[in-house]
Design a protein around this ligand. Structure first.
Ligand code: ZN
Length: 506
């Protein structure tokens, strides 16, 4: 599960359809169900124990941990009878995902007022870039306030925009200014603490897709430093609150330099396929991100390795066991693809790469099921339905939840996680994707996980709760068998966009 929602625009296609649903097989408490529960629990536990072991090194992309993880997943899927699903003979099973890693190195900010140079010191300013080196010399400075009011392109093009920072709002405003052609954006922050935490955070290696590199030059300066540099700064800043505020050119220039340690890295999505008998009827997709952070504890911590047992060894384990079961119950009509995505933790990067270079046209997928951080809740827990209202799968999923004898969890909670999981990248491209999981059914339980183990070295096998996840797995088995059956799941037609009749004048 990712930290932040990924900001992407999307059109929500209006989908209508009538589905005929059959009853789900097996009920909790039945002897048959309990037998299957035991088998699935053993299988999931085994896979999680391997994937979250120290030997797999926290499954960081482009490391030995990646190779071990992909070898294990491919081995299990081959044993279950799956074949490569990359549709690329030169890259069987593993679709390359070109990444770039960067970690901030140095930054300097020097204001030039007349003949005087004012060099800001380390705890006053942070200059950050994702590229190897970025430089602005004698940059013209323009104060854009909160940049709420429209700032015309020619007011910032090629200039250094000075922005008032606001928690949670600055990133979007910075991005807008960069789109308008600002050479750099200086964001004013309140404290030296935020400068320090920015420096600490950006000095850690992060991944980006080559296809969406961010080379922006972002600078953060404390208000105190602005006040000691510009004699009348308080007066200038106060104008930002005026109705009809217009950007103000500052009587100074700036020299900004920043560098980062930037390298190319190749990671991979793992793609397997369970061939169907009627591939022309479309395909079903299961996906789970295999990556995690590797070492992520603070320097000096006794245990620095983030094993990512729940996030997301558990989701991969659920997907592997479903692949085994669906293979055993096959062949099915539709192809069933199994996708292990990389670099989810850095913003759904592998899922995004999959949509940019899919093995079959994306509109072949009639349904996709994501598995992320599934092992949080005990047996009998309410089930979160992420993606409700977004696809034509609603009636099918809701029926499966009812048939499972469990309740549906909070819709508000599920909605909060829509953009924080790989399914979101697929929904952007109109692949009907849902995530159905008891891990996202109860706010209190989820918050406990988020506050204690999430993205932390303590996300280990010990103390993990598997009951809800195993029941979810059995729910998915029935659900996926249904959507893989071309006569049982007929893809609903997309409603044509209706053009309103011209209103007749009276
Ligand atoms: Zn995560």
């Amino acid at each position: 599960m990712g930290r932040w929602g990924k900001k992407m625009g999307r059109s929500l296609g209006l989908v209508i359809g009538v589905l005929v649903l059959s009853a789900c097989a097996g009920t909790r408490g039945d002897r048959a169900f309990e037998a299957q529960y035991k088998l699935a629990e053993v299988a999931m536990s085994k896979d999680i124990a391997v994937l979250a072991s120290e030997e797999f090194m926290g499954r960081r992309p482009a490391t030995q941990g990646e190779t071990k993880t992909l070898d294990y997943m491919q081995g299990e899927l081959e044993r279950a009878g799956l074949v490569s699903g990359t549709n690329d003979p030169s890259n069987p099973w593993r679709a390359p995902v070109p990444l770039v890693t960067s970690a901030a190195l140095d930054g300097t900010v020097v204001f030039q007022i007349g003949d005087t140079d004012i060099t800001l010191v380390d705890d006053e300013a942070a200059a950050l870039t994702g590229s190897k080196r970025a430089l602005v010399e004698e940059g013209a400075l323009v104060f854009v306030g909160k940049a709420q009011a429209a700032v015309a392109d020619d007011q910032v093009l090629g200039k250094v925009a000075v922005l008032q920072g606001e928690p949670g709002k600055s990133p979007a405003r910075r991005e807008k200014l960069f789109e308008q052609g600002a050479a750099a954006v200086i964001t004013i922050v309140e404290s030296t603490d935020s400068i320090e935490s920015l420096q600490r955070f950006s000095s850690r290696e992060r991944f980006q897709l080559v296809s969406e590199l961010d080379d922006n030059l972002s600078v953060f300066v404390t208000r105190k430093a602005m006040e000691s540099t510009f004699a009348d700064w308080e007066t200038i800043e106060a104008q930002a609150d005026d109705v009809g505020f217009a950007p103000i050119t500052l009587p100074a220039t700036v020299r900004i330099e920043a560098s980062s340690d930037r390298r190319d890295a190749i990671s991979h999505n793992l793609i397997g396929k369970l061939p169907g008998t009627r591939p022309e009827a479309g395909a079903v997709l299961m996906l789970a991100h295999w990556d995690h952070f590797g070492e992520c504890g603070e320097p000096g911590d006794k245990d620095r390795l983030c094993n990512g047992a729940a996030d997301n060894a558990s989701g991969v384990a659920a997907m592997l066991e479903l692949a085994r079961r669906l293979s055993a119950s096959g062949p099915h009509d539709r192809d069933i693809f199994v996708l292990g995505t990389t670099a989810e933790e850095w913003g759904l990067l592998g899922a995004q790469a999959f949509t940019e270079n899919p093995p079959v046209p994306l509109d072949s997928f009639v349904a996709a099921f994501n598995f992320d951080t599934v092992a949080i809740a005990p047996r009998g827990s309410e089930i979160g339905f992420i993606g409700e209202g977004e696809t034509a799968l609603d009636p099918l999923v809701i029926d499966a939840i009812k048939a499972s004898g469990r309740e549906q969890g909070s819709r508000v909670l599920a909605e909060q996680f829509l953009r924080r999981q790989d399914g979101w990248a697929l929904l952007q491209r109109d692949v009907p994707t849902v995530m159905v999981s008891s891990a996202f059914g109860n706010e209190e339980r989820l918050n406990t996980y988020l506050e204690t183990r999430y993205h932390n070295a303590s996300d280990e096998v010990a103390g993990m709760e598997l009951g809800g996840a195993v029941e979810d797995l059995l729910l998915h088995e029935g659900l996926i068998e249904k959507v893989a059956n071309a006569s049982e799941y007929v893809v609903p037609a997309i409603a044509p966009v209706s053009v309103p009749e011209p209103i007749a004048s009276p």
